[in-house]
Design a protein around this ligand. Structure first.
Ligand SMILES: C[C@@](CO)(OP(=O)(O)O)[C@H](O)COP(=O)(O)OP(=O)(O)OC[C@H]1O[C@@H](n2ccc(N)nc2=O)[C@H](O)[C@@H]1O
Ligand SMILES: Nc1ncnc2c1ncn2[C@@H]1O[C@H](COP(=O)(O)OP(=O)(O)O)[C@@H](O)[C@H]1O
Length: 273
């Protein structure tokens, strides 16, 4: 690695998240449509001894040592590097943050260590960073045929939510999976129609822990979103809109009415593989 290398860490979005079972070790079986956004963190990796510098609007929400996922990823790969993380995404927010950062470090280092999943169940999907159906604990990845362009609005109530706590609060753990095979999702109408029949099974337990999530979903629905749902274990919610202009108008109104919320718009990231 003679030159510093910049690598995007796109935000992950669970368009659906079905929890279909629970293993004896407490981990849950998932069935999720996962896409990645243009919006995300940015990782820069340069030659030198292992270190991490944090910049960006959410840097203050993160401790550098000893457990930042950027450092853990480099250590797992057995590599030294001077890493800079521009933290643009809220921390512990259901859109992949730390897992996306770890995956970006591994891509920048061109390293694919074994036991990737020890960094986090979401790291394999974030390494792929393309639309997939994700099953198992997160390690069974089936690439999806190209999806239509999406205009996404993200709304976060401004506080983090612990992933283990949300899973712990889940009442029912054996919910139905998505159909197999999936229907044709290549057209926006068909994709949204299909997603309306899907769920995020973590939404109810997350709302029970953090009622502000309901307010985020209500604000997105009030703006006329075609679909409003929570991503991952929350608390970030998303809306799908007919186009970027509609999503941007909704962003501006929601942000003006809710100064403590993080509100952003994005399209899908270009496919990497
Ligand atoms: C829920 C999801 C859906 O994409 O997203 P996020 O909310 O994190 O974005 C992921 O499965 C989260 O992945 P990740 O955040 O990497 O999880 P990990 O660090 O491995 O696990 C955190 C905790 O979540 C629970 N967990 C995670 C994954 C899984 N399949 N079953 C679980 O029960 C476990 O309690 C675990 O201790
Ligand atoms: N680079 C990182 N970015 C975000 N969170 C990190 C990072 N490294 C470690 N963490 C820790 O991981 C936890 C959850 O992070 P995150 O992956 O953002 O959650 P989620 O996947 O729900 O968005 C936080 O408590 C945070 O302190």
């Amino acid at each position: 690695m003679p030159q510093p290398r910049r690598e995007a860490a796109p935000a992950k979005l669970n368009l659906s998240l079905h929890v279909t079972g629970r293993r004896p070790d407490g981990y849950h079986l998932l069935d999720s449509l996962v896409v990645f956004l243009e919006l995300g963190d940015m990782v820069t990796v340069a030659p030198g001894p292992l270190s991490l510098r944090l910049t960006g609007p959410f840097a203050q929400g993160l401790a550098v040592e000893p457990d930042n996922l950027c450092l853990r990823a480099a250590r797992l790969a057995g590599r030294e590097a001077r890493i800079t993380l521009e933290k643009n995404l809220p921390v512990a927010s259901g859109i992949g943050g730390g897992s996306a950062d770890a995956a970006a470090v591994l891509r920048a280092l061109e390293a694919r260590p074994e036991r990737l999943e020890t960094l986090g169940a979401d790291v394999p999907v974030c390494l792929a960073s393309r639309p997939v159906r994700m099953r198992g604990l997160g390690e069974i990845l089936t690439p999806l045929p190209p999806l239509p362009p999406l205009a996404v609005l993200l709304v976060n109530p401004g506080c983090g939510l612990s992933t283990p706590q949300v899973f712990k609060s889940l009442m029912r753990r054996d919910n139905p999976p998505m159909p197999d095979p999936l229907p044709d999702l290549s057209d926006a109408g068909m994709l949204i129609g299909f997603l309306q029949d899907c769920r995020n099974d973590l939404e109810a337990p997350a709302i029970a822990l953090m009622p502000e999530i309901s307010a985020c979903l209500a604000a997105i629905r009030a703006e006329g979103a075609q679909l409003a749902r929570m991503s991952g274990s929350g608390a970030t919610c998303f809306g799908l809109f007919a186009g970027a202009a509609e999503a941007e108008a909704a962003r501006a109104r929601i942000a003006a009415a809710n100064p403590g919320w993080w509100v952003a718009t994005s399209g899908l990231a270009p496919a990497k593989l």
